[in-house]
Structures are given as structure tokens and as C-alpha cells.
Design a protein around this ligand. Structure first.
Ligand code: DQA
Length: 142
């Protein structure tokens, strides 16, 4: 059974409430069970924090024993060298996801600090971005 952690960064605890025209009407907690049912062959856990250092602590905690991390780093995507360094230090692959198509939004969202450390990037498919990332990790060879 593959162990996969889904991580959401700042303001993603407000999914369903926050800018629904961009991020939709569903909370992540209401979406998670359907994702877990879709991949019975994986053990999918979830962590959210608004704090950069807590995201790093969590990644260091699981990144040497889990099979993969799906990371939506929110706005830290565009700013955080610390997250990039952390991702590069881990043993397990990290997939960067975004709910919105960051490339069709403001220019400051076009650049990601973390992409170069990630196995791949998925953006613009709403909550299905997480599903595509889990699919990639489930199919990834050990
Ligand atoms: C986001 C895109 C980021 O630019 C933004 O800061 C977020 C959410 C997304 O999922 O589309 O918080 O990562």
C-alpha cells in the first residue's frame, strides 16, 4: 500500500469560502473522502498549515518513509526558497499542484520557486489537480 501525503499551505483551509469563483465551493475536507475512495490501493493522509516552517517540519517527518507528497504550497509557491531546499532534501517525490491555472492569472503567480525540485506540476483542474497528482504517484515505480 503506497503512503501518500497531501499537503495544503496558507489559506487553503478556506477552500469553499475563499474566492469561490477561482477555487470552487467545496472544502478540502468534503473532497478528501472521494479521493481516498478513488484510490483504494493508496493510504492517503492530509495535512494543512498556514505556517511555512510547519509545512517544512511535516515534509521532513514523512519525506523519508512515504512514497510521495502532493503539495499545494499556496502563495509560498512563489516565494519560498526554504520549501525548495526542503523538497530537494527528501527521499520521496513531491508533485506541485494548483487548483487554479496560475499561468492565466497575475504575473507574480507565473513563477514557482519550488517546481525545479518537484517530480512534476499540475495546475488548473480545480480539485481534480490533486487526483491527477495522486494518480501519477500511484503509478510511479518505487
Ligand atoms: C494556488 C495558486 C497560488 O498562486 C495561490 O497563492 C494559492 C492557491 C492554487 O491552488 O491555485 O493560494 O496554489
Amino acid at each position: 500500500m503506497k503512503k501518500i501525503l497531501i499537503m495544503n499551505g496558507p489559506n487553503l483551509n478556506l477552500l469553499g469560502v475563499r474566492e469561490p469563483g477561482i477555487y470552487g465551493n467545496n472544502s478540502f475536507d468534503s473532497y478528501l473522502p472521494s479521493l481516498q475512495n478513488r484510490f483504494p490501493e493508496a493510504e492517503i493522509s492530509y495535512y494543512q498549515s498556514n505556517i511555512e516552517g510547519e509545512l517544512i517540519n511535516k515534509m521532513q517527518e514523512v519525506g523519508f518513509s512515504y512514497d510521495g507528497i502532493v503539495l499545494n504550497a499556496g502563495a509560498y509557491t512563489h516565494t519560498s526558497v526554504a520549501l525548495l531546499d526542503c523538497i530537494r532534501s527528501l527521499k520521496c517525490p513531491v508533485i506541485e499542484v494548483h487548483i487554479s491555472n496560475v499561468h492565466s492569472r497575475e504575473e507574480f503567480r507565473h513563477h514557482s520557486m519550488i517546481s525545479s525540485g518537484c517530480l512534476g506540476v499540475i495546475a488548473g483542474f480545480g480539485l481534480r489537480s490533486y487526483e491527477f497528482a495522486v494518480m501519477a504517484l500511484v503509478e510511479e515505480k518505487k
